[in-house]
Design a binder for this molecule. Structure first.
Ligand SMILES: [Zn+2]
Length: 368
């Protein structure tokens, strides 16, 4: 009798909540990675960011959260590299806990190789260790403008400097430990300064090999610790032939590195203006790929449908390489939360904002 009653209850559950009971498994197979990438919050925004994870990311079935930390953490291995007012271990612990509770895998990003400065501000690594600068003769401008005679976008560190990896790997290990993460995002996008003629170590070397060797060094280090490497994909695409240009693809001859990097690297393939079919290119090279939109909801929806279709129609060899989708946010976390919760208008009242893109893309994902 008791067994019969339990059977009846189960049957009723299936009849009443068929979607709820079935939802997770099919969504995981349709779109295994459902990501969100944003700058790590400042200390004052940690609590409301935790609330946002709990009340907005988790119910939308986001399962991967990447926080761009860089030097916004009180590193104990290298306190000299911590930004002023950086996050404490306790701050990060709050984020780790809410992610664990909601089965969201949390991953830190620290920009390696490129993006060692922004506009007229040098980031911590090169301001503390200027000897790692790939282009020490390029002076930081008082007011940043693009274009400029130095073709200066962001500083890079020299990947062949004998002391650079010891320091950045300490930072990577510490932030991955505190995040309790099994993966790490190394950035590596928009690297314009690489293999510069003036660099006594890199000058004259093949830029694709320099880039690939740096990816391999980081990947090997992470693999030793049981962790996986994620990077942005732009340096691996030929900008001229594809017409994708020098930002979201490479004009500085790094693209041949696509055939030289380890196959376990996860490529975050960002395209904000069109639904380019580049994920197919990465998957055909045996690389794992995630499509990353930003602020155009209609493009993100198209890209989501593409990703689902790629998975449905691919060969069994390529299918597992199509990992999923990830919303990217390039404002600070505080600004994003203000716009999301309507505290201030984002994007001048336009529909083309990161938060609308996030909402609309996840509407589509949750209706798959
Ligand atoms: Zn160099």
């Amino acid at each position: 009798m008791i067994i019969k009653k339990q059977c009846l209850q189960t049957l009723l559950m299936w009849l009443i909540f068929p979607v709820a009971l079935n939802a997770q498994q099919p969504l995981d197979s349709l779109l295994p990675v459902r990501g969100f990438c944003i700058a790590a919050p400042s200390v004052k925004d940690v609590d409301r960011f935790v609330k946002f994870i709990d009340e907005e990311l988790a119910p939308r079935k986001v399962n991967t959260l990447i926080l761009r930390v860089d030097y916004n953490y009180q590193y104990t291995s290298h306190p000299e590299l911590a930004d002023s007012g950086a996050l404490s271990k306790n701050d990060v612990q709050k984020i780790v806990s809410v992610c664990k509770k909601n089965h969201i895998s949390l991953m830190p990003q620290v920009n390696l190789l490129g993006h060692q400065s922004w506009a007229n501000r040098t980031a911590k690594l090169l301001s503390v260790y200027p000897q790692f600068d790939e282009t020490p003769k390029v002076m930081m401008p008082e007011k940043y403008e693009w274009p400029n005679p130095d073709n200066f976008y962001c500083k890079s560190y020299c990947p062949l400097h004998p002391d650079v990896h010891k320091i950045v790997f300490d930072v990577v290990d510490e932030i991955c430990d505190v995040f309790q993460s099994t993966a790490f995002h190394a950035g590596m996008d928009e690297v314009f300064y690489l293999g510069e003629t003036q660099c006594p170590r890199c000058g004259g070397k093949d830029k694709a090999e320099l880039f690939a060797n740096e990816v391999r060094s980081i990947d090997e280090h992470l693999t030793e610790k049981g962790r996986n490497l994620w990077i942005w994909g732009d340096r691996l695409i030929d900008g001229k032939t594809t017409g994708l240009g020098m930002w979201e693809a490479s004009y500085n001859n790094t693209y041949r590195a696509i055939d030289m990097i380890p196959k376990d690297v996860v490529i975050c393939d960002w395209h904000y203006e069109r639904a380019d079919k580049t994920p197919v290119y990465f998957a055909m090279k045996g690389l794992n790929v995630i499509t990353c939109p930003w602020n155009k909801p209609e493009i993100a929806v198209m890209q989501t449908n593409d990703m689902v279709n790629f998975r449905k129609t691919a060969s069994k060899e390529m299918q597992p390489h199509f990992y999923g989708m990830m919303q990217t946010v390039w404002s600070g976390a505080g600004n994003f939360l203000d716009a999301f919760y309507g505290k201030k208008a984002g994007g001048n009242g336009s529909d083309q904002t990161d938060w609308r893109c996030f909402v609309e893309m996840y509407n589509v994902i949750n209706n798959l």
